[in-house]
Design a protein around this ligand. Structure first.
Ligand SMILES: [Zn+2]
Ligand SMILES: [Zn+2]
Ligand SMILES: [Zn+2]
Length: 202
């Protein structure tokens, strides 16, 4: 059964009752045979009963145009030819709107980009300041701890070990602090073990 919408009333027609309808598109033909029933509409220009797939969708009461696709195409072509001024104005209007949208989009993107880079700069700055602050503190504590060891060694209050506590070598023994805030807690290491330790730590 075929549902035919003739504006006001919906009639039911058998597609095999002589008056076989000829939808234009292949998709329409297939939909017709597979589905068995498809809604159609009569084009106000060519008067053909066509499947709804032959009409453009439109936000109106019907939900589609009153002219079929090919009629609308011809109609627009003629309209453009007959109203060149209006067509140009319409095209200009469309282009202007498009350009404005485009500009707005770009400006929005630029603002987003700026905000992002500003934020990352701020974060980076905070990070750097934190690093330098910590670096200065560490440096200060290190110098202080080294000074204390140097003075105590000089005054003989502490005695340097003769051996590296890792490799047992006896050359270039240095004091290593695990924690610069505890200046008297040292480990005695040879220069190469000391270097390796700091490399591993860093
Ligand atoms: Zn038509
Ligand atoms: Zn060593
Ligand atoms: Zn050290």
């Amino acid at each position: 059964m075929l549902i035919v919408d003739n504006g006001n009333s919906i009639k039911y027609k058998s597609p095999f009752a002589g008056n076989v309808l000829k939808p234009l598109s292949t998709a329409g033909v297939w939909a017709f045979f597979i589905g068995g029933a498809m809604e159609t509409y009569q084009c106000i220009v060519c008067q053909k009963e066509l499947l709804l797939t032959e009409f453009y969708k439109e936000k109106s009461k019907k939900g589609h145009t009153h002219k079929c696709r090919s009629c609308l195409y011809e109609y627009n072509k003629i309209w453009r030819k007959e109203n060149p001024g209006l067509f140009r104005a319409q095209r200009e209007k469309y282009r202007k709107r498009h350009r404005e949208n485009e500009r707005e989009r770009r400006e929005l993107n630029r603002d987003i980009y700026r905000e992002r880079s500003r934020r990352s700069y701020q974060e980076n700055k905070q990070e750097m300041l934190k690093y330098y602050r910590e670096y200065r503190i560490t440096n200060k504590y290190r110098e202080r701890a080294r000074g204390i060891i140097k003075n105590r060694l000089k005054s003989g209050k502490i005695i340097k070990s003769n051996y590296c506590s890792v490799c047992n070598k006896s050359e270039n023994i240095q004091a290593h602090h695990d924690d610069y805030s505890k200046p008297l807690e040292v480990i005695w290491l040879c220069a190469s073990c000391h270097g390796l330790l700091h490399k591993g730590v860093a």
